[in-house]
Write a protein that binds this ligand. Structure first.
Ligand SMILES: Cc1cn([C@H]2C[C@H](O)[C@@H](COP(=O)(O)OP(=O)(O)OP(=O)(O)O)O2)c(=O)[nH]c1=O
Length: 665
């Protein structure tokens, strides 16, 4: 049953909640709304100083959260939602904005500033309506509003404060409390919408839907004189900002005399047209909201420019649509890219195996015959490989006027493909080529059988009498792959959170110590123990790194069997996705037993979208059918909660790995 008829208006539409907040999901689910959850990757880092009032900050953050998902989905999920809902809850006291505490001390500061006082809880909500157009463009229409609820806290004693903080509840909640649970005990009164405090003003939201779907004529435009650019410098795409409907609020005074619906105030930023639609081309996706390719309606162009644009658009549209009998060029390109993907990978693997990028770094400007001689290969084959690498942007022609093409590295190759580059992926590429490639060549069997094809690959090698690597060589190759991947990703993970309060850390399965070295670099007060199998630890010397003041040490052991070293922070980087459920629970139980209350757990993995629609890197990795599985941030969060770790923060780093910081309750 749907109590509110306006919710039923959304039936059959692809509604997306751009939020990882379990409270928002529960509130909307309880209201009978059917939706997909795609948490936003927008980082809540807008400069608060640039907003005149706290609610403006919450509304802007909500807009950016929703917009990021609306823009990402057509590219990453290959589908355009009908509606994206984003929200942001903040607590405001003495004109200070409080978000989620970063640690216990921060929670203490927040809660003591609320003790004995009244404060406001603002939730900004943004609704983005997406309209897919024939010509590969999406029109976005944004409706944004906020709701304010006043909450008064009782005087809180120190004991009470710390007991509450130690319950772990404050960590993922604005202002450091959850009114719906233990935090309810701290509250003397609430004036306004209770659900607004919990994270979503359901009543206001339904009123807003009613306006959108039942009173669409209310979309009459009231232009606002001054457009305010967003603090991050991006073009504003906000169309409607509606203020609180709470009694006595400013918006209440603006009720239009002829309608029971509140009057809407429209802010059209950087555009002077009356159309609320903004178009975003689907040809590229950049994850930074600040760099969005917003093509606002023609207002900013003079007549000459706009007719040129129209011409260009038409040309592009014909190209994209094709004629009745021909497929769209872009669609065809996409399919070809997928079909040819393996050829590009293999070209990269081969060039890397022949150390062609090292060669051309040391001797830039060789021709095909010279390269062939150096790598001891045929001239014809080398020429094809070099030209393919040029087409892939890995090499370039040095001197175009020269009669024979002379080859040199592009910046991409110099940065990532040389074996001695600081961020070299050479080792990982070899791992892909030697280990993953053979596995994926048996993908059909892997899918049929549901298990990894390691054994089949091994048997095949034996049958073909391929030269067998010694176990030492295999181990080194594996470690070198892991080392080069870790070196690329470690800095983003090590700096994803403020870890300064942890003095000692233990990197479980930390292999060559690449992550450990980044951690001690980023957090000078920390020392890190790398815990890995004896066979791994004994080979660590092959990967010597500058040991910052001997702050990185190694301990050999099996994390499933042996006692774990004591530490304030445990690190699990790319470990859990490879373990069976059974092993995973053994490991997490061992960590939970060893860790004392307040200890941290830093998890780093690829986090799948909550609806498992992406990212492809994670889902393709799952095809190797290892014993484990790929999970979303929400799934990891639940898993850790079962072992007494409460997630404080989740970071979609935008890098190769995401990160989550949990705290032992
Ligand atoms: C004040 C208060 C906040 N909260 C929660 C609601 C929100 O989930 C959270 C505020 O953080 P938000 O940044 O608004 O939301 P989020 O990080 O949980 O999720 P996302 O950014 O993906 O949308 O605090 C409560 O659960 N109870 C409370 O009493």
């Amino acid at each position: 049953m749907v109590l509110n008829p306006v919710i039923s208006k959304l039936a059959g539409k692809l509604v997306v909640l751009a939020s990882a907040s379990p409270r928002r999901q529960e509130i909307l689910r309880n209201a009978g709304l059917r939706f997909e959850v795609v948490p936003s990757w927008f980082k809540e880092t807008l400069d608060k100083g640039l907003f005149k009032a706290p609610h403006e900050y919450a509304v802007e953050t909500a807009k950016q959260k929703a917009l990021e998902v609306a823009r990402r989905m057509p590219f990453k999920h290959l589908k355009t939602p009908d509606i994206v809902i984003g929200a942001d809850t903040i607590v405001a006291v003495n004109s200070l904005i409080l978000e989620k505490p970063v640690d216990k001390q921060d929670a203490y500061k927040m809660l003591s500033s609320l003790s004995g006082k009244e404060h406001s809880v603002f939730t900004g909500v943004a609704i983005v309506l997406c309209h897919d157009k024939d010509n590969q463009e999406v029109d976005y229409q944004m409706i944004a509003f906020y709701e304010e609820t006043k909450v008064k806290f009782a005087d809180l004693s120190e004991d009470m404060l710390w007991e509450y903080i130690n319950s772990g509840e404050p960590m993922d909640k604005a202002g450091g409390y959850g009114i719906q649970a233990l935090g309810g005990m701290l509250v003397e009164y609430v004036h306004g919408d209770f659900l607004n405090v919990v994270g979503f003003p359901l009543n206001h939201f339904c009123k807003q839907l009613d306006i959108i779907y039942n009173h669409s004529s209310s979309f009459a435009v009231e232009k606002k004189g001054s457009a305010h650019p967003l603090p991050n410098g991006s073009l504003g795409i906000s169309i409607l900002d509606q203020h609180s409907l709470q009694k006595g609020s400013e918006a209440e005074k603006h009720r239009s005399p002829d309608s029971s619906s509140p009057k809407l105030t429209q802010h059209i930023q950087n555009s002077s047209t009356s159309s609320p639609a903004h178009k975003v081309k689907r040809t590229s996706y950049e994850s930074g909201v600040g760099s969005q390719s917003v093509v606002s309606n023609s207002s900013k162009h003079n007549d000459g420019e706009s007719s040129r644009l129209t011409q260009l658009n038409r040309q592009q549209q014909t190209e994209q649509r094709g004629t009745e009998n021909q497929p769209k060029t872009q669609d065809l390109k996409r399919i070809c890219e997928l079909m040819d993907g393996f050829k590009a990978s293999k070209a990269l693997f081969t060039a890397s195996k022949f150390c062609m990028f090292d060669l051309l770094h040391n001797k830039p400007g060789l021709d095909a015959a010279e390269v062939a001689e150096e790598i001891k290969a045929s001239v014809k084959g080398t020429e094809c490989l070099l030209e393919a690498c040029v087409s892939l942007g890995l090499l370039k022609i040095k001197d175009k006027a020269h009669p024979k093409p002379l080859f040199e590295n592009t910046d991409l190759a110099t940065s990532f493909l040389r074996s001695d580059a600081p961020f070299s992926l050479h080792g990982y590429i070899q791992h892909c080529s030697e280990t993953l490639w053979p596995l994926f060549s048996h993908l059909e069997s892997a899918v049929q059988e549901g298990v990894s094809q390691h054994q089949r690959v091994k048997r095949q090698k034996e049958l073909c009498q391929d030269p067998v690597c010694s176990s030492q060589e295999l181990k080194l190759r594996f470690m070198s792959g892991m080392h080069s991947f870790a070196k690329i990703t470690a800095a983003a993970v090590a700096t994803a959170f403020d870890l300064s309060r942890f003095r000692t850390a233990c990197d479980l399965g930390g292999c060559t110590g690449a992550m450990a070295h980044e951690l001690v670099k980023a957090h000078p007060g920390m020392s890190v123990t790398v815990f890995d199998l004896p066979a791994v630890v004994e080979m660590k010397e092959h990967f010597l790194q500058r040991n910052t003041d001997n702050k990185v040490s190694f301990v050999a052991g099996d994390f499933l069997k042996d006692e774990l070293p004591k530490a304030d922070l445990y690190i699990l980087a790319r470990v859990l996705h490879d373990l069976t459920d059974e092993k995973l629970h053994i490991l997490l139980s061992k960590i939970a037993q060893t860790a004392s209350s307040g200890c941290g757990l830093l998890l780093s993995e690829i986090f799948l979208d909550e609806d498992r629609g992406g990212p492809s890197r994670g889902l393709l990795q799952a095809l190797s059918l290892s014993e484990g599985k790929q999970r979303s941030a929400g799934e990891y969060k639940l898993l850790l909660e079962r072992h007494g770790f409460i997630t404080a923060h989740t970071r979609h780093t935008g890098h190769l790995l995401d990160a989550m910081l949990s705290v032992k309750a």
